[in-house]
Ligand binder design. Structure first.
Ligand SMILES: [Ca+2]
Length: 184
């Protein structure tokens, strides 16, 4: 079994259009701007042929049970007046539904000045038993399909979906590309 997500480009930009992420188009090695963690069998890499265009895409792919992988970057934000945009392909599969689940996501975590997560928006593909749910602090946006799609929103508008988050406390945003499986 394999589940994965792929990403062409991720941007987080201020009102003046200035980008806040380093290497959000993955044209430089993943060690530029990004950190990564993977527990168990899986792959975090970049390649030009995950999509037909000539540019690079990044991938996090997880192959077996009880594993997660994460490619992430944290930025200090000057304001929540930000525009978030990704072009991503999200997939999650399990071989057997009972007792097994998988989820793949691009997560935007809202954090305080010490990096503590206050809540998140998660654009995701998930199998039926995946425990990711909407709460006052977490908002899920289901992937439209398993094709390349663009997802974008204004952060200040999106925060209306997260009534549990104290907006004035948000000082940082962590963008992560995250896949997780359980007993697959
Ligand atoms: Ca490409």
């Amino acid at each position: 079994m394999k589940q994965s997500w792929l990403l062409i480009i991720v941007t987080l930009s201020a009102g003046n259009g200035a980008g806040l992420l380093i290497n959000g188009d993955f044209e430089q090695p993943l060690t530029t701007g990004w950190s990564q963690y993977i527990a168990g069998p899986g792959t975090i890499d970049r390649a030009v042929d995950y999509d037909a265009d000539p540019d690079y895409e990044a991938q996090v792919a997880i192959y077996t049970k009880g594993v997660y992988g994460k490619l992430y970057q944290t930025v200090t934000i000057p304001t929540i007046d930000l525009r978030f945009s990704i072009n991503a392909k999200l997939k999650a599969f399990v071989n057997e539904l009972t007792g097994h689940w998988a989820g793949s996501s691009v997560s935007i975590a809202y954090a305080d000045g010490d990096g503590r997560h206050l809540g998140s928006t998660r654009i995701c593909a998930r199998t039926p038993s995946c425990p990711w749910v909407n709460t006052l602090n977490h908002h899920l946006i289901d992937a439209r399909d398993t094709l390349w799609d663009t997802y974008e929103f204004d952060v200040c508008q999106e925060l209306k979906n997260l009534p549990g988050v104290t907006i004035s406390a948000i000082k940082k945003i962590e963008i992560s590309l995250y896949s997780e499986t359980y007993h697959c």
